[in-house]
Design a protein around this ligand. Structure first.
Ligand code: ZN
Ligand code: ZN
Length: 413
């Protein structure tokens, strides 16, 4: 049987020394026998997800981890977010993030940018808007969570350099979308289409049954859509085309599902994977084991450490690490190092002291048959820094893996 590879990413798992934890990082102090088993039997190092000191987003970092230079391929989060909520996105499409909002029906002043954080019926509102055509441009629209949604425009001669319809605060009129450069003809066209879309969204939504019902209940109607953050969809070669490997993504958040869909990998949804500290790590483990049966490469991202990092909660971050360790325990009980190469790392650091992503490097271990072992026997930022891999970049992982999988072409004679 051909060897396979599993890339496990603890989202934002890297950290800095924490006083409350006796000067250790959450990862260093956590109980994590299976991560340390990988460290002991594998080769360790530290990794700059993009480059030393660069504060990576989850989307740009994952592009890099999968071997795609984000400086070349990243054109904003819009395309990945749209793909992540299930919109079909093609190269050249113009993507927007949107809110369902409440406006005054006479003045178009925004009363509530989130339409009371509407939760119910948004799929019906979205259905009423999806599929329209404006001046030959196809409009695709889909709801996301709560008041959020995605908009994709497909047609000839569209530009993405346009302003937002969303005024970003209440008490202001809906903005008219304008090209950022008045001489940019393609963006002029996009602005015209978006303004017409916003106008039609109001006409269609104001008396939609969902809103009639909301008004009856005294809730703010979701009577308009406010697009923002225009971006163009880049051309990115699909994962399988690039490596000749079949790939699966088991990731919890929409943005990363979007990255996976964009690379035409199989994005596998797992029931109980909440993207939060209460996630069902055993369900994720089972999905990973099953995906390894019919894919050459599996990417698994667990979001919990990042959530704890953003919240500034060191003990919760320790708990999140221990959850990932329990997930690894189950995975390791089902696979052998002769069959699967495992890489365990993070996509960036989210230090609890910073409450956001930082540019600190993250630990990494590579485990499996053929890997040169080193003296590191515990997984963690500073333990791994003494390992045999030294300091690598996220972009190096796929080369290291395709080498170990013996599927890389020789460079030169
Ligand atoms: Zn991340
Ligand atoms: Zn984050």
């Amino acid at each position: 049987m051909a060897k396979k590879a599993l890339l496990v990413v603890g989202d934002g798992m890297g950290d800095r020394p924490v006083k409350e934890l006796g000067g250790f990082t959450p990862l260093e102090i956590a109980r994590k026998p299976f991560m340390s088993k990988l460290a002991k039997e594998g080769e360790c190092g530290i990794m700059d997800p993009i480059a030393p000191g660069i504060r990576a987003g989850s989307d740009t970092a994952h592009l890099a981890l999968l071997g795609y230079d984000p400086y070349k391929y990243y054109t904003g989060r819009g395309a990945f977010e749209a793909a992540g909520i299930g919109l079909d996105v093609e190269k050249g499409d113009i993507c927007f993030r949107c809110n369902f909002a409440t406006v005054d029906e006479d003045t178009f002043v925004v009363i509530d940018r989130r339409a009371g954080r509407i939760r119910e019926g948004t799929h019906l509102l979205a259905q009423a808007l999806d599929g329209m055509e404006i001046e030959g441009v196809k409009v695709f629209f889909k709801e996301s969570v709560e008041h959020r949604a995605g908009l994709v425009l497909r047609g000839e001669g569209l530009g993405h350099k346009v302003s937002d319809a969303d005024p970003h605060k209440e008490g202001e009129k809906v903005h008219t979308v304008e090209p950022l450069d008045p001489n940019d003809i393609p963006s002029q066209k996009t602005a015209k289409i978006v303004n017409e879309f916003v106008r039609r969204s109001f006409e269609i939504l104001r008396n939609h049954p969902v809103n009639v019902e909301r008004k009856k209940q005294g809730l703010p109607p979701a009577n308009i859509v406010l697009p923002r953050g225009a971006g163009t969809a880049p051309h990115i070669p699909p994962f399988q085309e690039r490596y000749g490997l079949t790939g699966a993504c088991i990731v919890e958040v929409g943005l990363l599902k979007g990255v996976g869909r964009y690379l035409k990998m199989d994005v596998i949804d797992v029931e109980g994977a909440t993207g939060s500290l209460d996630t069902d790590e055993q369900a994720i483990a089972k999905a990973v084991i099953s995906a390894l049966n019919d894919h050459d490469f599996v990417l698994c991202n667990v979001k919990a450490p990042d959530v704890a990092g953003h919240d500034g909660e060191p003990y919760k971050k320790v708990e999140a690490v221990e959850k990932i360790d329990k997930m690894l325990a189950t995975i390791l009980s089902q696979i052998s190092p002769e069959e699967v190469i495992i890489v365990l790392t993070a996509d960036h650091s989210t230090p609890v002291s910073v409450k956001d992503h930082s540019g600190d490097p993250v630990p990494i271990v590579i485990w499996g048959d053929g890997v040169r072992t080193d003296d590191v026997d515990c997984f963690g930022e500073r333990f791994c820094a003494r390992g045999g891999l030294g300091r690598i970049r996220g972009f190096d992982i796929m080369n290291i893996l395709t080498n170990l999988l013996s599927v890389q072409e020789k460079f030169g004679a």
